[in-house]
Design a protein around this ligand. Sequence first.
Ligand SMILES: [Zn+2]
Length: 156
Amino acid sequence: MIHMDCCAPTNREGRGTNRTSCPHCGKNGRHVPLITLKSLLKPAALATLDPECDYAFCPNPSCETVYFASDGPLTFAVGDLKVPVFQKDSGMDVPVCYCFDWTRERIVQAVRHGGEPLQEIKAQVQAGRCSCEVNNPQGACCMGNVAEFIRQVSSS
Ligand SMILES: [Zn+2]
């Protein structure tokens, strides 16, 4: 029996620790829910999606591949997504937090003016308003990326 879980990505939570390597760069990828690909792929790429595969996200900044099937040959590259991918695009206009549109530039400005973007994002997450699995290409919460980016900004 094929289990369709398009409306319940957390059903596959148990597989989240699966590690498979990117067919292009060999780096380990992290499992992403199918709903993330369905939400973020451009129509032409979506039209080639095999919904019965498991997919992983390649976080390697120097690799063009964003998603790859861990049990098939299918891959999707940066150009197949509707949004720029934080890990693979160092532009200042690229979101770090996709749900609440915190771009690198907005975070830098906020930190410079004494703001606490991490606390603001955390409050939204705690209020249950984030939807990382359909907004963030990595299919998971951005808080780690935000914290890391703020560390970089603050130490430079
Ligand atoms: Zn890769």
